[in-house]
Design a protein around this ligand. Structure first.
Ligand SMILES: NC(=O)c1ccc[n+]([C@@H]2O[C@H](COP(=O)([O-])OP(=O)(O)OC[C@H]3O[C@@H](n4cnc5c(N)ncnc54)[C@H](OP(=O)(O)O)[C@@H]3O)[C@@H](O)[C@H]2O)c1
Ligand SMILES: Cc1cc2nc3c(=O)[nH]c(=O)nc-3n(C[C@H](O)[C@H](O)[C@H](O)COP(=O)(O)O)c2cc1C
Length: 588
C-alpha cells in the first residue's frame, strides 16, 4: 500500500486556514514542526512523515469494530496510512504522538464503555493528565448507541468532551449513531463520514498523481496466507477443561468447556418460538457470577455447512495455513490458532451463516470479475442498497443467531444443543448491565416482557434467598399457555408472599394488552413504591417500542398520582435514571 508523505509543508498556509477546530490558535506539535516552512512560500525541504491516521474502537458486540474497519478501508482508498485497533490493545501512552485519531465507541450497560476500552477509559479520565496532553492531535468521535437508553451515546459524548479538555482539536461534532433509526446507525454514520473525509483531505490532500482508489477495486490485503505442505498438529482454540492450567477466570480468549446438564423448551409445543432454558455444569471452572450476568457461548458452524462452504470455494478443509501481517503493527486475529486448518477457520472463526453486513458486499464487489454483478454488489453495499435488501431476503443483521426463532435444525451449536448426547459448550461470563439495591427493605419494580424476564428471574431468586421482600414483577407474553415463562415458579413465590406478579397476555383478547397498560392501571401502587418507598425500577426486553411506551406510562403516572406537571414528570424520570433508580437492558 503506497503511503502518502504528509503534505504539511507543501500546502501549509493554505489548508490550515480553512480548518475549523475547537481550541484553534494553540500551537501543537504539528505547528511547531511546520512553523519554519509555513509562510515561506517554498516547497518543503524535508518531506513530513505519513500522517498515520489511527482508528481506535471500543466495541461490545462488533458494530463499532465493523465501522472502524470500514473507516480503515475508506482511508486506504484515499491513500492514507491507517491503523485500526481496539482501544485496550493500543498503548495509550503513545497517544501524545498521534496527529490524527478517529475514536469509534459504542455505549453499553447503563451508559458504560465496552469491555475492550475499559482500561483506556480509566486512563483518559485520570485527574493528573495535563490539559495540553493531546494538543498535537486532531480527532473525531463516532458514537454508536440506542436512543431508547437514558444515556444515549454517553461514552462517545463524554470522550469527545474529555479529548477537548486535554487539548485535542475536534474535526467534527460527535457522530450519534442510533439503533432506533429505521436505517440503523448508518443514517448518522454515512453523512458524518462524508464530512470527515472532507476535513481530513483538507489536511492531507490526495496527491494528484495518485488519486483515490475507486470502490470495486480491491485493496491490498492486510495479511498473507501461506498454505503449509505437511500437516503439523493443529491446536484447537484455547479452550480450557475443568481443572487445567488456571490463568484467571474463563474469557473469550480462553473459554471453559462446560457440560450441558439440562436443555428444556419453555414455550408450549405448538408455539412459534422455541425458547430454551439450558443449564451447564461449571464445577472447577473458576467462574463466579452475580444475578443478571450474561453467559456467552462460542458458536460453531455445522459440519455440513463447513463442508459445503469449502466445496463451493474449492478449499481442502484439512489443509493447514499460517497467517502473516503484511505490515508491522497489524495484529493477527487474536483467537485464530497458528497454524490453523481451513476446517477450523470455517467452523469456528468465520460467521458463514450470518446476515451479511454492507461491508461484505463491498468486499465481494472487489472480487467479482463481472461488471454487472460488481455494480449490483456495490449497490448492496450503499445506503440505498441497504433499504432494498429485505426484498432480496436480507435485513439488518440480527444480534443473536440463537434466539426464540424457529430453529434451523442444521445450525451448528443449536443443533448440537438440541440433539441428545453429552454436549460440551465453550463459555464464559460477562457482568450484566443491571445492579440491584443492597440496602435491605428497598423494593424493586421489574418490567420484563418476553425473554426480557430472564435477568429478573435470577434477581428474584437471589433477593428471595437473601430474605428481601418488595419484589414486584410486570411480565408480558402472548398467550398464558404458550410463553408464560416460569409460571409455576412465580406462582409458588406469590403463594409464599415473596413476589407480587402482574401479567399482560397480549393475544388473549381482541385489543393488545401490554405491560405499560398494567403499569398505568396500577399507577397508585407504582407511585407509592417509587415516591414513598424509594423503589428501584428495572426494564428489560425488546428495544423497539416497549421502552418508550413504558417511560411514557411512568411519566403519566407521575402526573396523575404525583400531581406533577409534564416537564416536572420528565425531570422526575430523568432523576431516577441519573441516580440509577431506573435501569434498563434492552436489545434490538
Ligand atoms: N432475551 C434475550 O437475552 C435476548 C437477547 C437478544 C435478543 N433477543 C431477541 O429479542 C426478541 C424478544 O422476543 P420475545 O418474544 O421474548 O419478546 P417480545 O417480542 O418483546 O414479546 C414479548 C411480549 O411483548 C409484547 N409487545 C410487543 N410490542 C410491545 C410494545 N410496544 N410494548 C410492550 N409490549 C410489547 C408482545 O406482544 P405481541 O407480539 O402480541 O404484540 C409479547 O406479548 C427476540 O427476537 C429475541 O431473539 C433476546
Ligand atoms: C446490553 C446493552 C446495553 C446498551 N446500553 C446502551 C446505553 O446505555 N446507551 C446507548 O446509547 N446505547 C446502548 N446500547 C446500544 C449499543 O450501544 C448499540 O447497539 C451499539 O451499536 C452497539 O455497538 P457494538 O456492537 O460495537 O457494541 C446498549 C446495547 C445493549 C445490547
Amino acid at each position: 500500500m503506497p503511503c502518502r508523505a504528509r503534505p504539511e509543508g507543501v500546502t501549509s498556509g493554505h489548508h490550515r486556514k480553512s480548518e475549523v477546530h475547537a481550541g484553534q490558535g494553540r500551537p501543537g506539535l504539528r505547528e511547531l514542526l511546520a512553523g519554519p516552512v509555513a509562510g515561506c512560500g517554498h516547497l518543503p525541504v524535508v518531506p513530513m512523515p505519513s500522517p498515520g491516521l489511527l482508528v481506535l474502537f471500543g466495541s461490545q458486540t462488533g458494530t463499532a469494530q465493523d465501522v472502524s474497519e470500514r473507516l480503515g478501508r475508506e482511508a486506504r482508498r484515499r491513500r492514507l496510512d491507517c491503523r485500526v485497533q481496539a482501544l485496550d490493545s493500543y498503548s495509550v501512552v503513545n497517544l501524545i504522538n498521534e496527529p490524527l485519531v478517529i475514536f469509534v465507541c459504542a455505549t453499553t450497560g447503563q451508559g458504560d464503555p465496552p469491555d475492550n476500552m475499559k482500561n483506556f477509559w480509566r486512563f483518559i479520565f485520570r485527574k493528573n493528565l495535563p490539559p495540553t496532553s493531546l494538543c498535537q492531535m486532531d480527532f473525531a468521535v463516532l458514537g454508536l448507541g440506542d436512543s431508547s437508553y437514558a444515556k444515549f451515546n454517553f461514552v462517545a459524548k463524554k470522550l469527545h468532551r474529555r479529548l477537548l479538555q486535554l487539548g485535542g482539536r475536534a474535526l467534527l461534532p460527535v457522530c450519534l449513531g442510533d439503533d432506533q433509526h429505521e436505517l440503523g446507525p448508518d443514517a448518522a454514520v454515512d453523512p458524518w463520514l462524508h464530512d470527515l473525509w472532507g476535513k481530513v483531505l483538507g489536511l492531507y490532500p490526495v496527491p494528484l498523481d495518485l488519486g483515490t482508489i475507486p470502490a470495486g477495486v480491491p485493496l491490498p490485503s492486510k495479511f498473507t496466507l501461506h498454505f503449509l505442505p505437511a500437516a503439523p498438529r493443529v491446536c484447537s482454540e484455547g479452550q480450557r477443561v475443568a481443572g487445567t492450567d488456571p490463568q484467571g477466570p474463563p474469557s473469550e480468549r480462553q473459554p471453559f468447556l462446560a457440560a450441558m446438564v439440562t436443555n428444556q423448551r419453555v414455550t408450549g409445543p405448538s408455539h412459534f418460538q422455541d425458547v430454551r432454558l439450558i443449564e451447564f455444569d461449571i464445577t472447577g471452572s473458576g467462574l463466579s457470577f452475580a444475578a443478571g450476568d450474561v453467559v456467552l457461548i462460542q458458536p460453531e458452524n455445522a459440519a455440513s455447512h463447513t463442508q459445503r462452504f469449502c466445496q463451493v470455494l474449492g478449499l481442502d478443509p484439512d489443509q493447514n495455513f499460517t497467517l502473516l501481517p503484511r505490515e508491522p503493527g497489524v495484529p493477527c486475529p487474536a483467537r485464530l490458532p497458528q497454524p490453523c486448518s481451513v476446517r477450523h477457520l470455517v467452523s469456528h472463526y468465520l460467521d458463514i451463516a450470518s446476515v451479511p453486513r454492507r461491508s461484505f458486499f463491498e468486499l465481494l464487489a472487489c472480487l467479482s470479475p463481472h461488471e454487472l454483478e460488481r455494480e449490483k454488489l456495490l449497490h448492496f453495499s450503499s445506503p440505498q442498497g441497504t433499504v432494498r435488501l429485505p426484498a432480496h431476503g436480507w435485513s439488518r443483521p440480527r444480534r443473536l443467531p440463537v434466539g426464540p426463532h424457529p430453529p434451523d435444525p442444521s445450525a451448528g451449536l443449536l443443533h448440537r444443543l438440541l440433539s441428545a448426547g453429552p454436549v460440551q459448550v465453550p463459555l464464559w461470563v460477562r457482568p450484566g448491565g443491571l445492579t440491584f439495591p443492597q440496602t435491605p427493605g428497598t423494593p424493586v419494580i421489574m418490567v420484563g416482557p418476553g425473554t426480557g424476564v430472564a435477568p429478573f428471574r435470577a434477581a428474584v431468586q437471589e433477593r428471595v434467598a437473601q430474605g428481601q421482600s418488595g419484589n414486584v414483577l410486570f411480565f408480558g407474553c402472548r398467550l398464558r399457555d404458550q410463553d408464560f415463562y416460569w409460571e409455576a415458579e412465580w406462582m409458588e413465590l406469590e403463594g409464599r408472599g415473596c413476589l407480587t406478579l402482574f401479567t399482560a397476555f397480549s393475544r388473549e383478547q381482541e385489543r393488545k394488552v401490554y405491560v405499560q397498560h398494567r403499569l398505568r392501571e396500577l399507577g397508585p401502587l407504582v407511585w407509592e413504591l417509587l415516591d414513598r418507598q424509594g423503589a428501584y425500577f428495572y426494564l428489560a426486553g425488546n428495544a423497539k417500542c416497549m421502552p418508550a411506551a413504558v417511560s411514557e406510562a411512568l411519566t403519566s403516572i407521575f402526573q396523575e398520582q404525583g400531581g406533577l406537571s409534564g416537564p416536572d414528570a420528565a425531570t422526575y424520570l430523568a432523576r431516577l435514571q441519573r441516580t440509577l433508580r431506573f435501569q434498563s437492558e434492552t436489545w434490538a
